[in-house]
Design a binder for this molecule. Sequence first.
Ligand SMILES: NC(=O)c1ccc[n+]([C@@H]2O[C@H](COP(=O)([O-])OP(=O)(O)OC[C@H]3O[C@@H](n4cnc5c(N)ncnc54)[C@H](O)[C@@H]3O)[C@@H](O)[C@H]2O)c1
Length: 358
Amino acid sequence: MTIEFSAINTTPEMPRVKRDIVIIGAGGIVTDSHLPAYREAGFKVQAIYDINAAKAQAVASAWDIPHACSTLPELIQHGIAHQAVFDIAVPASEIKNILPLLPAHSGVLIQKPMGESIEEARKILAICQQKPLIAGINFQLRRAPFMIAAKQIVDSGALGDIHDVEMRVVCHTPWNLWSFLNDKERMEVNYHSIHYIDAIRFFLGDPQAVYCKTMKHPKMMELAQTRSSIIMDYGDVIRANIHTNHGHDYASDKQECFFKIEGTRGAIKIQIGVILNYPNGSVDKFEYVLDDGLGWRSLEIKGSWFPQAFIGPMSGLQKKMEDPAYHYLNSVDDAWRTMCVVEACYQSTAKAATDVQY
Ligand SMILES: NC(=O)c1ccc[n+]([C@@H]2O[C@H](COP(=O)([O-])OP(=O)(O)OC[C@H]3O[C@@H](n4cnc5c(N)ncnc54)[C@H](O)[C@@H]3O)[C@@H](O)[C@H]2O)c1
């Protein structure tokens, strides 16, 4: 199959009829990404609730949301009245307490991670299945326009057989913006590299095993881990690595954040700008090379991770609600498998590495 690069379409599929949305949680990710993405895609937000009522009120007025609810039952009533989708964006430990209160057969999109641990992920999956809920987890990196473009190119066969995937992050992340992370036993992999694990699964499927060491940084000792080295094991030919160091504070132009995928006939390298010089960010760059002798070229991609990638998990959920046979890329069942890889990463870290015999 050949692919016309200029014709690559990165627009997510939309439902026939757009449903309204009600939001639980009025924090940073909602104002930075959910609300801008929904506005761009034409989804109407009807109501918002946060345990901090003043925050819900402020976000409602800033974003023209008709109802700022002071209780969760009130929010749920608005959801029922508008046949709306529930959009949950609260700390992961809260998810399992909110889901049981939602009406059976509701559509619900849940912010990642899917719980703080594999036990919580299992519980979330069980609630979604038993209720049942039509549920997705917001692992949205695989929905970023540059990832959608890369997936289409890989699927076309233009890169040949894929044998090397690398995610490299060397940056300085101001984790103090998310103070709730200070208490977490599981930080870097569960809250950050989880996106890369999920994205690599999107390209390569489930790894058979992992090797991982996730660790602290001497200038960020309040956080359980801020640097990770992960090998996702796909056997003897395909190498898939994630390398993150969030403590590199030696000049923003020395920071790196790229996703690279190599095949026998070509490669794609994507600079992900949002991670660089955070929160100012830098530009995305989509570069590729094929076996046609023309060298590396750039492809112009419209939209980025934040906020455009947040459209697909919502529009896909609504398509799934319209058609149960629709293959929903962010389904809770698929997300569970990303959580299993995360769990394996922490188990690998806890295990002794191979001693060197001197
Ligand atoms: N790329 C991404 O997908 C991405 C990026 C950032 C954050 N997140 C996730 O989104 C979630 C929220 O992150 P944030 O950055 O918005 O954090 P935040 O601290 O800015 O906001 C969290 C909000 O949840 C509210 N809250 C807590 N418990 C609640 C409950 N039981 N009911 C209603 N509201 C409750 C808090 O009052 C707060 O306003 C986290 O799980 C985080 O991992 C995802």
